[in-house]
Design a binder for this molecule. Sequence first.
Ligand SMILES: Nc1ncnc2c1ncn2[C@@H]1O[C@H](COP(=O)(O)OP(=O)(O)O)[C@@H](O)[C@H]1O
Ligand SMILES: [Mg+2]
Length: 351
Amino acid sequence: MPDLVADNIEKQLGTAQVLCGVSFQLQQREILALLGPSGSGKTTLLRSVAGLERPDAGKIELRGKIVFDAGSGFEIPAEQRGLGLVFQSYAIWPHRSVFENVAYGLRLRRARETDIQKRVGEVLERLGLGHLGDRYAHQLSGGQQQRVALARAMVYNPPVLLLDEPLSNLDAKLREDARAWLREIIKQTETSALYVTHDQTEALAIADRILVLDRGRIQQEGPPEQIYAHPASRFAAEFMGSNNRLDGTLAEVVGNRARLTGEGWSLWGELRAEKKAQDAATGLVRVERLRLTDNAGTNHLKMKLRSALYLGERWEYVFYLAGLRIRVWGEERLAEGEYWVSFPETSLWIF
Ligand SMILES: Nc1ncnc2c1ncn2[C@@H]1O[C@H](COP(=O)(O)OP(=O)(O)O)[C@@H](O)[C@H]1O
Ligand SMILES: [Mg+2]
C-alpha cells in the first residue's frame, strides 16, 4: 500500500487555476521530489496534502485511509493527519530552547513528560543536535536551525514527511552538505517524504523519483536519471541541466531524425516534436555532451572562441558562429582561435 495517494487534485486561488488535476502516489520509504519553477503550484499541492488548503476537487489517502474527498465533502483536519512538516522559513521560536522547540508539539498533544524527554532526546541525538538541547534557537547557525525544524517534524514518527524548499535558506556550500545528510536521515528513519523544490540539482540528488510540475500539471514523472536523460517535453528538457539552445529551421526530416539549420550551420538531431521540413524548430543540447575535436565531420561546427571562464574543476568556453552562441566545458586553457565543436546527434534534441 502506498503511504500517500493524491487523486485528481484541483485548486483555484483567486482567479488562477493553480492545480489542474494532479495525481500521484508516494510509496513506502520513498523520497518523491516535486520539482517545478516558482508559481507552478508546488506549495499549494503540499499544503493540500497537509490539510492546510482545501482542494476544489479530488481525493487524498494516507496509508489507505481517506483524509480528504471533495466528492463527499469529507475532510480530516491537518492536526489529525499526523504529518511531519518542514517549511522554508523554519518557523522555530528564537527565544525557546532547542529542546522546547522540538517538544512543543508533543506537549500540545499532552504527551507524558517521561515520553517527551525520551523522544525529544532521541531525535536530537539522531540529528546531531544532542549537545544543543539547552541552546536558544536564535543562537544556532542556519544549518542547525534547519535541523531543529526537521527534528520537530520527526519527533512524532510521522508516516510521511512533507518538506517545502527546506534547504533554500542555506548558502550554497551548506546546502550541498545538507542535502546528502537529509537524504541519509530520511532513509535511516524509513519514512517516506514528499520533497518540494525548484532546484533541479537538489531534486536529482535527493529523490528516488521526481514529478515535474508546470502550471499545475504534472509534465513527467520518473527516476532522476530518466528525467535528466530523457525529458518528455521541451519544458522538462530546458528546466533540467545546463543547456545550449539553437533556434533554426528544419531542412530535412527522416523518421525521427531531423536536420536543423541556421545561418552558416547545419546539424542532425533527434526529432522530439511533431514537425516537418521547413518548420521553425529549436535544438537543445546539454553543455556536457559537447566536445572539441580535431577535425571536420558530420555534426562538427567550426566555431570561434569568444571567451573562456575558469571554474576550478573545469573551463567553460563560449563559442560563436554567426548568430549561434554555444557553451562547451573542457579541461584546459585554450588559445584564441577557431575550434571544431562536435554535437553528438543523439544528444541534440529538436523540439
Ligand atoms: N492566496 C492566493 N491567492 C491567489 N493566488 C495565489 C494565492 N496563493 C498562491 N497563489 C498563486 O498560485 C500559484 C502557485 O503558487 P504556489 O503553490 O505557491 O507555487 P510554488 O510553490 O510552485 O512557487 C502562483 O501563481 C501564486 O501566485
Ligand atoms: Mg512554494
